[in-house]
Design a protein around this ligand. Structure first.
Ligand code: MF3
Ligand code: CO
Length: 248
């Protein structure tokens, strides 16, 4: 069921998402080569709890941490590890969720560690811009296929691919609500959006093939060809004439 949020509910979601945004800014400030992915998780956990919110990922379907920290060929759901050190030249996607007074925030960014290759730089930039290409077409009355198409065509015009096996989602009192928000699609198809719907839009973009597989840990999704992947996500509220990006 796709729900329409009231202004009061959107105000709480704004707060949950501002906490997520600020958490990611704190990570951006501190993340560097030599740090373990568990240390990144610690920053996230401490920041969210200090804000009076709850890390939504911790314990979600048994997930063991507050953040997903995914390096290079890891697309999403990298599990923080006290033995795993971040290295110069890597790209690191950090995905964070918080619950504030019963409402969810969800966002992700991909960070460059020191000097990175030109291809990785372009991958990060194209992934972020693909989100904004999607946002440009959004307002009440637009269909999810129009959004997916806008994201996909921008990514493919830049020579990269969108992951098909994972998608964005409605969000509210649950982190994952209907509808599924695909990063590919056909114009004029899919659910028609209404003002007050809140969705997390999260393009996952691969340098090579869109194909992915899951590691034996049951969580971490990696590219099939081992080439890098980037992730960019924000929670948005649909309005009559556009969107409000709640996590920016
Ligand atoms: N933030 C992810 C999403 O956008 C969910 C993380 S899965 C969890 O859908 F288990 F880590 F919570
Ligand atoms: Co999400």
């Amino acid at each position: 069921m796709v729900t329409i949020k009231t202004a009061e509910e959107i105000a709480l979601m704004r707060k949950a998402n501002q906490i997520v945004r600020d958490t990611l800014l704190a990570v951006e400030e501190k993340i560097k080569a030599g740090m373990t992915t568990a240390q990144v998780d610690r920053i996230v956990h401490d920041y969210i709890t200090k804000c009076g919110a709850t890390p939504s990922f911790l314990g979600y379907e048994g997930y063991p941490a507050s953040a997903c920290v995914s390096i290079d060929e890891e697309v999403v759901h990298g599990i923080p590890d006290a033995e795993r050190r971040i290295e110069e030249g890597q790209i690191v996607s950090v995905d964070v969720g918080s619950i504030y007074k019963g409402y969810n925030g969800d966002a992700a960014r991909t960070f460059a560690i020191g000097e990175i290759s030109a291809e990785k730089r372009r991958l990060i930039d194209v992934t972020k811009q693909s989100f904004f290409e999607g946002v440009k077409v959004l307002k009440a009355g637009v269909r999810l296929g129009d959004l997916g198409h806008a994201i996909q065509s921008y990514v493919e015009a830049n020579g990269f691919s969108v992951v098909r096996a994972l998608c964005g989602h409605g969000i509210g009192t649950d982190m994952h609500e209907d509808p599924e928000v695909l990063n590919f699609g056909k114009p004029g198809h899919g659910l028609r959006l209404k003002a007050g719907m809140t969705i997390a839009i999260e393009p996952m973009v691969n340098a090579g093939t869109y194909q992915v597989y899951m590691r034996d840990n049951g969580w971490t999704v990696v590219t099939a060809d081992g080439r890098p992947s980037a992730h960019y996500e924000n929670t948005v509220a649909i309005t009559e004439d556009g969107v409000e990006i709640l996590s920016l």
